[in-house]
Design a protein. Structure first.
Length: 211
């Protein structure tokens, strides 16, 4: 299947630098991203013909195709876009992905009211405050929620690693230092109880949206 020129150009720009151990895999990733971008509402069986789908699934199964290696070039491009355009808002929010019907999927945790299972996906989305343009994801995290032990005291809960609230400061740290061309900008966070408002010269403006 052929890809529309605009979708192909976008995919190459965002994924052609992915380090997947073989340039053919990177080309496959860019092609697959273009196909999906053309029809984001469709399933993979509708986006790809049989041969393309087999190639996409082979790519997905490679140990180098990790949840960091695939989107890393896009994150870097987003940060470069922030550096070019000046101060940006980094909006943080967590989405719950329900995979209850995929019983063989490893690493899931409870989502919703606790009767379903899936992942927490925490997104750090860069937006230009003047242009109101979405610049892209500056970072993204995926993890399974860990149920709190029965009878856990509040002070132990605050010290326990792997808590959902840790995703907010982790997202802030991952966005990195602000460009030198943006002096005096500040971080601002407000959602997670473990993340208090603070200031640091030369940082990107940040806001958090409670899920």
């Amino acid at each position: 299947m052929e890809c529309a020129p605009a979708a192909h150009a976008w995919a190459v720009q965002n994924f052609s630098r992915a380090e997947l151990g073989d340039r053919r895999r990177t080309r496959r990733l860019a092609h697959a991203a273009a196909r999906i971008a053309l029809h984001p509402e469709k399933s993979f069986t509708q986006c790809f013909d049989w041969n393309e789908r087999r190639g996409f699934y082979r790519l997905r199964d490679q140990k180098e195709a990790t949840l960091r290696a695939v989107p890393e070039p896009h994150w870097q491009q987003t940060r470069r876009a922030v550096a070019r355009q000046g101060p940006a808002l980094i909006v943080h929010d967590t989405t719950q992905l329900d995979f209850t019907s995929h019983r063989a999927l490893a690493g899931t945790g409870p989502v919703g009211e606790g009767t379903t299972s899936g992942f927490l996906q925490h997104n750090s989305l860069a937006i230009g405050p003047r242009t109101k343009q979405v610049l892209g994801l500056a970072y993204q995290q995926l993890r399974g929620r860990q149920p709190a032990p029965a009878g856990e005291a509040s002070y132990r809960r605050r010290r326990r690693r792997g808590r959902e609230s840790e995703m907010w400061p982790a997202g802030i740290r991952a966005c990195g230092e602000a460009p030198r061309a943006v002096p005096g900008w500040t971080w601002r966070t407000a959602a997670a109880t473990s993340t208090r408002p603070w200031r640091r010269p030369g940082s990107w403006g940040t806001t958090s949206c409670p899920g």
